[in-house]
Design a protein around this ligand. Structure first.
Ligand SMILES: Nc1ncnc2c1ncn2[C@@H]1O[C@H](COP(=O)(O)OP(=O)(O)O)[C@@H](O)[C@H]1O
Ligand SMILES: [Mg+2]
Length: 545
């Protein structure tokens, strides 16, 4: 206990002998404590009821209410108060019954001052520890509900206060295997230590993390045989470096330093640090679990969405197959008869025009039916290594004239690498064409509109982004654009099949297609396909052998 803190510690001295009461009060006051005296048990209890004491030192043998009875009452009233019993004719039985009733310890009269001071210090350490534990119990609920960084900074603050450190910091293990300071108190913004990064085994923190045992360093670091090779960064007089471990895994390090406070850390501070340490480790562990959980939830949500989408596809696909089949037979008849009529020469010119109209409209129906059948019975993709760029090129060639004519530009931002994916070139081409056609239609009337295409490898996948500056998609429509037959375009312009077919294709490729859009600002379609790790350029070019 540091001297300046002692005046905050209130001790109640209870003795029926005035001389004894005065002597003890005087000595304790001389050592900086706040002291109140009581002449008997009832008086003591009345005083405890009125104000908060940290410690009671009481005689056992007193008239009316003896010390043991008073001890009982104190423990009922305020279980946190530590009680030291003093007795002139102490027997083992007396001591045992006092301890059983919850006394911290007992001392035999006549005692010397050092003896009682040592006991007082120990008792106070215990009560402080208990207060800390209580604090932690009550704050756990709060800690678990606030953000990790906030929690860590509160704990660092608290640790610094309780340990009477001049600065404290918490380092956590980053993904690159380095420990980095995440929160610090008492350190300047530009302090080297605040920015320090250490690997396992490096500097004091790294060594402690490696050894997994907390250390107290008293005096300059270089004078400590364990760290003689570590260069000191500041005028540190004493340090506690505590590894944050949970289930054997080192998650971080708690550092506390004394620079102006001259008293070195001792074993009791280390015990305090233990409480912080286990809480911080738990919080770090929880945060890690939480992040993993969040990731999983996102994955499940994504999977759920895909499932709903594929169910819709399947249902509509079956329906479409049935209808297409029903239409196909009569349609073949209509087409056949129309052609037959046109072959003969017994039609007036006007009639001929009408029959030609029948033929061309019926052909349009046939195309739609064919599309429907393709959609309902998508052929299995022929998987092979495909260079994304080689698939993009023909699509862009196909639309470039139309874009230029409408004063729209296509900007390519594609990595130098060939970007090999594993897939069916013709199907991927169809997906790209659908997306590019939609972008073109969305930018109708927007002079100098740009479609930006970006392709790059990202881990195990190749991602292709198509960003347009078109009309964008309203939030209500955003969830429906991949639905079969959903279209906002007038009859004849849109079938509402482009994106749902694309969705089905990408799904079969075990890839992903998604969209980000804001009405008015444009849309970005992102296609991800599994990267082909072993490119075989000599076998295939653009997937076409
Ligand atoms: N780039 C885009 N910008 C704005 N809206 C889009 C874009 N791409 C698709 N959409 C919306 O999604 C709908 C469905 O697209 P799609 O399945 O290709 O069918 P279609 O183009 O025949 O309407 C479109 O009608 C349009 O409302
Ligand atoms: Mg379309």
């Amino acid at each position: 206990m540091v001297k300046t803190q002692r005046e905050l510690v209130k001790i109640l001295v209870v003795d029926d002998e005035l001389g004894m009461r005065d002597l003890l009060s005087h000595e304790l006051k001389a050592h900086g404590f706040s002291v109140v005296a009581a002449a008997n048990g009832e008086d003591a209890l009345a005083k405890i009821q009125k104000e908060k004491f940290h410690l009671v030192i009481s005689d056992v043998k007193m008239p009316r209410m003896d010390g043991l009875k008073m001890l009982d009452a104190v423990k009922k009233m305020a279980p946190d108060i530590e009680v030291i019993m003093s007795t002139g004719y102490g027997t083992i039985e007396m001591a045992v019954s006092a301890m059983k009733k919850g006394a911290y310890d007992f001392v035999q009269k006549p005692f010397n001052v050092d003896e009682i001071l040592a006991l007082v210090e120990k008792a106070l350490e215990k009560s402080e520890l208990r207060a800390l534990v209580a604090l932690y119990e009550s704050s756990r609920a709060i800690f678990s509900s606030i953000r990790l960084e906030e929690m860590l900074s509160i704990v660092a603050q608290l640790a610094s206060q309780i340990l009477k450190a001049d600065d404290a910091s918490i380092m956590t293990l980053g993904p690159d295997g380095h420990f980095e300071v995440v929160v610090a108190v008492g350190l300047d913004k530009d302090d080297v230590r605040k920015r320090s990064r250490v690997a396992l085994g490096e500097r004091v923190a790294g060594k402690v993390a490696e050894g997994k045992d907390p250390v107290i360093i008293s005096g300059p670091i270089q004078e400590d045989a364990r760290f003689s090779d570590v260069e000191s960064l500041r005028d540190i007089r004493s340090s506690i470096v505590f590894p944050l471990i949970l289930k054997g895994e080192v998650l971080g390090v708690l550092n506390a330093n004394r620079t102006t406070n001259e008293e070195p850390f001792n074993a009791s501070h280390l015990r305090h640090a233990t409480i912080f340490g286990s809480q911080i480790a738990q919080a770090l562990h929880n945060a890690k679990l939480y992040r993993e959980l969040e990731q999983k939830i996102l994955q499940i949500q994504e999977m759920h969405l895909q499932l709903v989408q594929s169910e819709k596809l399947a249902a509509v696909g079956q329906l479409a197959a049935g209808i297409a089949h029903e239409i196909n037979n009569p349609l073949t008849g209509i087409l056949g008869f129309a052609e037959f009529l046109l072959q003969g020469d017994n039609l007036f010119a006007e009639q001929r025009e009408d029959v030609e109209e029948i033929l061309s409209e019926s052909k349009r129906v046939r195309d739609i039916v064919q599309n429907l059948l393709k959609f309902s019975r998508p052929r299995k993709p022929k998987m092979e290594p495909v260079a994304v760029l080689e698939v993009l090129k023909p699509v862009l060639r196909l639309v470039q004239y139309d874009f230029r004519h409408a004063h729209l530009a296509i900007k390519m931002n594609v990595s130098e690498d060939p970007l090999w994916v594993f897939g069916d070139a013709a199907q991927i081409e169809q997906v790209f064409l659908n997306i590019v056609t939609n972008a073109r239609q969305a930018m109708e009337g927007k002079k100098d509109g740009v479609l930006e295409i970006q392709a790059k490898e990202a881990g195990q996948r190749v991602s292709i982004r198509f960003k347009d500056h078109g009309c964008g998609i309203s939030p209500e429509n955003l969830s429906r654009i991949f639905d079969p037959f959903f279209t906002t375009k007038p009859v004849g312009k849109g079938t509402g099949l482009g994106l749902s077919v694309s969705y089905g294709i990408i799904q079969q490729h075990k890839g992903m297609i998604r969209v980000e859009s804001r009405p008015g600002a444009g849309s970005t379609f992102i296609v991800e396909l599994p990267a082909c790790k072993i490119p075989c350029p000599e076998i295939t070019v653009g997937g076409k052998k």
